[in-house]
Design a protein around this ligand. Structure first.
Ligand code: FAD
Length: 439
């Protein structure tokens, strides 16, 4: 980004105390909703001007959904809130002494700070993986993967070289958690039902899907039964699942695995985990394993007037001694409670301590197949898939998005088609480009 020193955040003074919220993710937007019409000035800062519904990113990456349908414009979400300001700005630092945050467009004072800036892809410090694999955390990344995989097939039809064809049509997915399993299932669907119609000149037996995980089973965060079912479903898609295996090296052409295998592949999807997005400035004692330590009221350890919510927050509860799973319901429940506690504080009531209510987890693996873990029972198959669809549809931000997603799903289901198989790359202006030029 160019120099931004001529800009400033320009937030008017208010008679209300100012709460700065960093991040318009699940936690940030829920927190702001829970304080609607409370006597606070709320300033939301996010590096994007939209909220991303990350659970459906993989469908954007595999041409199932339009990117806009899984996003919600942050200004629009809060247009009916009083004393609310949004600024699209990346927060680069926190100064707890002066009660200020720092951004590329200047600093801003806070009375209360709520850090809800989520997590980022964890490459475990491996620069090669960062540079050469496809992450799945933001919409531009999902779109990049969509264009890349379609470009691979465009090149396959024109490539006379068998090795090159293999490299273009082998897909390696690293990580057997919900994201990896869902990506593998969606690619399996594309291979079986969609791509052969677009590319009749390709024999799709050539397209190979490989899923690699270091652990002994899939879906480690879910029940063993669900992990086994997911494996069964993926095998039905001919996915080569390699457990207790790690990716050892990748030069952009060949994947070397710890089991000694080499797979020629131009596409490696990195779904091996996330880590907190820690911003500079907090006391180092408040940081543990890439997350911010908070007490049971989500207050950051060792800091006054600073709270952390969602993926970034590490709250150790009796039944979660290592912190909660980095999932949306945790973020939403913490945000709702913090809003409620701030309202209670206004009427001199004691705050309530956080306890996570786990309502279950789920993952889908292609059409008609999903696994659902409820606290007391587990199920899979068609009913689980319908539950998965209903829950995701009801959780997405905005009625319009729900309608668009529902119509896409119905269309895809009935026609075995995917409407968004478009290669759309970022437009990069040439050196001599002038605004108004026709290229
Ligand atoms: C591919 C994928 C699939 C998932 N599937 C599921 C699922 O099926 N079910 C489930 O429960 N959970 C799922 N999750 C996890 C879930 O999305 C997260 O737990 C949830 O988003 C956490 O909410 P959050 O508010 O803490 O952070 P986020 O929702 O990540 O929001 C963080 C926000 O902060 C902004 N931000 C980051 N850094 C800065 C900065 N320095 N300055 C300004 N803004 C910043 C970001 O732009 C973003 O808007 C999935 C995650 C991924 C990546």
């Amino acid at each position: 980004m160019g120099k931004l020193s001529h800009l400033h955040l320009d937030i008017p003074k208010s008679q209300n105390k100012r709460i700065i919220v960093i991040g318009g993710g699940f936690a940030g937007i829920q927190f702001i909703k829970s304080l609607k019409n409370a006597p606070y000035q709320i300033v939301l800062l996010d590096r994007h001007n939209y909220h991303t519904f990350q659970p459906l990113l993989y469908q954007v990456a595999t041409a199932g959904l339009e990117p806009d349908s899984i996003a919600g414009a942050l200004r629009h979400l809060f247009e009916n809130h009083n004393d609310f300001y949004f600024r699209m700005a990346r927060v680069t630092g926190i100064d707890p002494e002066k009660k200020k945050i720092k951004t590329l467009v200047g600093e801003l004072d806070y009375d209360l700070l709520v850090i809800a800036n989520g997590s980022k892809t964890n490459y475990f410090g491996d620069q090669q993986m960062y540079e050469r694999t496809f992450p799945m955390k933001q919409i531009p990344q999902a779109l990049d993967l969509r264009s890349h995989l379609l470009q691979n097939f465009e090149q396959t039809v024109m490539s006379p070289d068998q090795d090159e064809q293999d490299r273009l049509t082998n897909f390696v997915i690293v990580g057997g958690g919900p994201t990896g399993v869902e990506v593998a299932g969606a690619l399996g669907e594309l291979k079986k039902h969609v791509l052969p119609k677009d590319y009749p000149d390709i024999d799709f037996d050539i397209m190979k899907l490989h899923l690699v995980d270091a652990g002994p089973r899939l879906l480690a965060g879910m029940s063993e039964k669900s992990g086994d079912k997911a494996l069964e479903y993926l095998k039905a898609f001919d996915v080569d699942v390699r457990l207790k295996t790690r990716l050892e090296a990748y030069d952009g052409k060949d994947v070397k695995l710890t089991d000694g295998t080499t797979i020629p592949a131009k596409t490696v999807v990195w779904a091996a985990g996330v880590t907190g997005n820690v911003i500079d400035g907090l006391d180092q004692k408040a940081i543990e394993r890439g997350r911010i330590l908070v007490d049971s009221f989500n207050k950051v350890q060792g800091h006054e007037d600073i709270y952390a919510l969602g993926d970034i927050a590490l709250l150790k509860e009796d039944s979660y001694p290592n912190g909660h799973p980095m999932v949306a319901p945790v973020a939403i429940q913490q945000a709702t409670l913090l809003g409620k506690n701030l309202r209670r504080q206004l009427s001199n009531k004691e705050p309530i301590a956080f306890r996570y209510r786990d309502k279950g987890s789920m993952a889908t693996i292609g059409r008609n197949k999903a696994v659902v873990d409820m606290p007391k029972f587990h199920f899979g198959g068609l009913f689980a898939w319908m539950v998965w669809m209903f829950v995701h549809l009801m959780s997405i931000v905005g009625f319009r998005n729900r309608l668009v997603i529902l119509s896409n799903w119905v269309w895809n289901y009935l026609t075995y088609d995917r409407g968004t198989r478009l290669i759309i790359r970022t437009f990069i202006r040439g050196k001599n480009y002038k605004p108004g030029d026709t290229l």
